[in-house]
Design a protein around this ligand. Structure first.
Ligand SMILES: Nc1nc2c(ncn2[C@@H]2O[C@H](COP(=O)(O)OP(=O)(O)O)[C@@H](O)[C@H]2O)c(=O)[nH]1
Ligand SMILES: [Mg+2]
Length: 367
């Protein structure tokens, strides 16, 4: 029994820190001699998350073009591929940040149909403290419209474990108020606090994920209105693009990404929209495997240089993933505009995809 692979889902809204947490969790397990297999998921292809996790040396499969619940069989295929190549003891799966109803559409079907292959861990839902505080109405500032907030709240309602992430970046009194508000609104969940970035508090959460069973937790399949859910998701515009950068003079790749983040942010702010998550990687292809990675998780937040290239570069491949509550065509035009003025660096667009997520139609739904 105990040698069944454990299936762990780390959910949470766009920008909460899922990928950072998956990387830390994977390292934690690898250090203990366990084998891991990572599964990334997105509505479109060309994923910053996959690039970032592969650069850390972990086996990663990605499912693109829809969420786990709607591409359930692809989820099984991804697990099969990982099993063949690396025989994971533990699968760490990151669902799309705008997706919810995962207990009914993923955890239950895995338990009931494929219980001979997986032990399903309790569902964790990560939150960015500032984002959560604004949604819960205990902090001021720019937020999403009601239907997007509906999806956000549904994620918390089905959580077995709510993980207040980024504790390194907020004062304790603020976090205490947030935890009290979350405990009041979502009494079914056990609440953890951690920093996926520096590791504070993470082992306690990991331990519960690794020893708990989803079936032992109070969470139930959601009561959810799929019309509102679909409308909420479709209010979010998605843009993924790949751009070649070339310059005659070596330039600071890290700074170029930060500058670009400021430009795109200004464009989104001028149009009056809220960014959910902007993430970018620059791969200079210099053979060192180092990347520049910048993230921005709100229109009034600051760009975060998560990983930095060691040297100045003469060019490279830039990948941009932008999710915001905005028309994706608007996101495209302001991204193209931002790319035109990078000093002596010339940008050539190679691939661009922009969309609004379609209505979620789960493969299985078990209540
Ligand atoms: N300060 C701080 N930032 C974090 C932490 N975890 C993630 N972040 C940052 O939050 C942003 C979004 O992280 P990411 O893992 O991509 O979120 P995802 O969209 O949920 O996968 C990035 O800039 C991360 O560096 C944390 O524990 N502390
Ligand atoms: Mg992610």
């Amino acid at each position: 029994m105990s040698n069944l692979a454990r299936y762990v889902m780390i959910g949470g809204f766009l920008g909460a820190g899922k990928t950072t947490a998956v990387a830390r969790f994977a390292q934690h397990l690898t250090d203990q001699g366990k084998r891991v297999g990572l599964i990334c998921n997105d509505q479109s292809s060309g994923l910053v998350d996959t690039t970032l996790l592969r650069s850390k040396g972990f086996p990663v499969e990605e499912i693109t073009g829809g969420c786990f619940c709607c591409r359930f069989n692809s989820l099984l295929d991804a697990a099969d591929n990982l099993t063949q190549n690396s025989r994971p003891d533990i699968f760490l799966a990151e669902p799309v940040g705008s997706c919810t109803d995962l207990i009914a559409t993923v955890s239950y079907p895995l338990r009931r149909i494929y219980g001979d292959r997986f032990r399903v861990a309790p569902l964790s839902v990560l939150v960015d403290p500032m984002r959560a505080a604004r949604i819960l109405g205990i902090a001021d500032g720019r937020s999403f419209s009601d239907k997007v907030a509906y999806v956000y709240r549904k994620q918390l309602q089905e959580a077995d474990l709510i993980v207040v992430n980024k504790c390194d970046a907020h004062p304790a009194e603020f976090l205490d108020r947030l935890i009290a508000a979350l405990a009041g609104a979502y009494p079914q969940a056990r609440i953890f606090t951690c920093s996926a970035k520096d590791g504070t508090g993470a082992p306690e959460w990991f331990e519960t994920v690794l020893t708990g069973e989803n079936s032992a937790f109070a969470s139930r399949p959601l009561e959810i209105d799929y019309d509102i859910y679909a409308e909420g998701e479709a209010l979010l515009g998605w843009l993924n693009c790949t751009v070649q950068l070339v310059s005659d003079e070596p330039f600071d790749g890290n700074q170029a990404l930060v500058t670009l983040a400021h430009r795109i942010r200004a464009g989104v702010a001028d149009a009056g929209h809220e960014i959910a998550h902007l993430k970018m990687t620059l791969d200079s292809r210099d053979g060192t495997g180092t990347l520049s990675v910048v993230s921005l998780v709100g229109t009034d937040r600051e760009p975060d240089l998560r990983e930095s290239l060691l040297d100045r570069v003469e060019g490279g491949e830039l990948v941009i993933n932008l999710r915001a509550e905005a028309d994706p065509a608007v996101l495209e035009s302001l991204t193209r505009e931002a790319l035109t003025s990078l000093g002596g660096v010339r940008a050539t667009m190679e691939h661009l995809e922009q969309l609004r997520p379609g209505r979620p139609t789960p493969t299985h739904r078990m209540a």
